[in-house]
Write a protein that binds this ligand. Sequence first.
Ligand code: ACM
Ligand code: ZN
Length: 641
Amino acid sequence: MQKLMLQIPGWLSLLLLLLASCSSREEEIVLPEPAIIPLPVYMEVTNGSYTLTRHSAIRLQPATDDLLHIAGFLNEKISTATGFTLPVKKDGKIELILNENETLGEEGYTLSVTRLGVQITANQPAGLFYGVQSLLQLLPPEIKSTEKQITIKDWKIPAVEIIDKPQFAWRGLMLDVSRHWFTKEEVKRYIDQLAEYKMNVFHWHLTDDQGWRMEIKSLPELTAKGAWRAPRVGQWWQREPWQPGEATTYGGYYTHEDIKEVLAYAAERYVRVIPEIDVPGHSIAALFAYPQLACLKAPASVNVGEKFYTEVENSLCIGKAFTLEFMDKVLTEVAALFPDEYVHIGGDECYKGFWQKCPDCQRLMKKEGLKDVDELQSWFIHRMEDLLKEKGKKLIGWDEIHEGGLFPDVTVMSWRGMEGGIKAAEAGHHVIMTPASHCYLDLYQGEPSVEPDTYSMARLTDSYHFNPVPEDVPEEMILGGQGNLWTESVPTFRHAEYMTWPRGWALAEVLWSGPVRNDWKGFIPRVEHHFERADQAQVNYARSMYNAIITPYLLPDDELIIELSTEIPGLDIYYTFDNTDPDRYTSLYREPLRVLKNATWLRVVTYRGEEPVGKVITLTIGELEKRAQSDRRPVIGNLTW
Ligand code: ACM
Ligand code: ZN
């Protein structure tokens, strides 16, 4: 070949090269097995496939604006990779059909792929949109590529019959844009990603101690001052506070125009946007912008991630008339901009110590006959209910708002476990379950020593085994569930993605497919397929499920024992105590380990067959002893010397 190339003229070799590269680009790509997340309610893989080519076309029935938008969305998603868009034609073989099939509800759909074409039917446009999302997941991962154009002549879609609809109406993700600032483009990207997995609620945590992020035209200082803080990195709660005279250059906020743009983008993806204005606690940024909101002394700056709780005021003063005027102005603009029926007013973790010392708060309590500061918080929440009702909105709050009684149409978001939600549901309130143990996406998702710093643990398996409906609670009271990404330790959008996926996929599956259908073993290969899709789309995600789980404990005589396990099946664990890197030629873990005499470190790694898949974890014996203190067990089973 080399010889031949030397003998032929330059132009011909160039042509040959070009032809060779074209033929490799034209190879057929077909998925072996559909790997749809969330798993459809009913799916049958049939024979053959439909070939999507540049000559394919879409048929809409009826050709309304909604359906045209969905066709546009499909084209937007496939065009980068395929290099073509599909026209809308009367005889198109990719059919999107609205057909009053009420059994499919608001969001259900059917998807039929045969050799002859693709047909998606639904009762409502949202269902067609979800049918399109399933169709996109049937295409090869390359379809998700965001930048490179890959010209593969034939895009094969495996033949399937799907009938699908969600278990829960509320399938949400929350992004905290206060602790760290995320641009409107990043917010849109997040919304696009959650919609791909058929989630339909974006909860936008817009205000907190570390930044006020929504323009309020009638209160301009909120963003002129409250959206900006001194730049810092490093561990949250350990940071140096703002220094007098220091420039506050970190932050940002969304103008009304930005918010409208995000809302339009979300609406095209059938995603509801729930704004959260977190009051009366979590309000340093507001108190700094408008010191009249403080009980005794307003904070000197927006918080940068330094310790302050109980020392610096961060709750609105309830006793000052200005506070209700302030909230009226804020909620007037929020209600006018956001179309959803709900506004989230926070209500969580409110420190009430300054209310006890504040003459204005004490005067109000006396006047209203409120016996303690808990009743003062409840009085405030009732005023928020009044304000929102006037503006045609319903109130959602974190589960603390239930303490002190609520109007019947208030909805409770349960985060301190399920108990708050259970009590609220029993009292007749709608509930969204988002217990930290399963739904907090800011927590560690695997062995902490190889994860970015955070606190506590919620593994992929915890998210996957989430059941939003507790026993004995009427199912109709539980609207659904939600993953929450608090961003104290999430400084970049790339890291927001890392924390969200794949746990967000697990939550999407529980909330769409239903917890009773969960199939952890079957979920993992689908997750791995979606890792590939995410790689193509340059979306970040965590591979923490591959890392070993290290569980040290103490025997009654204080001897340290180390149990190793894996979150997913089919992995082998190798370890060393001799300060060398473990690999598949070092000791294979079979049973709980005794620590070798004088060992200083344990090192562990996981393999799948011959491939290392997990990170190397290195822990000192001292650290293992510290972790073991809370776990003492009797001797059982075999122990390895
Ligand atoms: C919360 O995590 N404070 C709702
Ligand atoms: Zn006060």
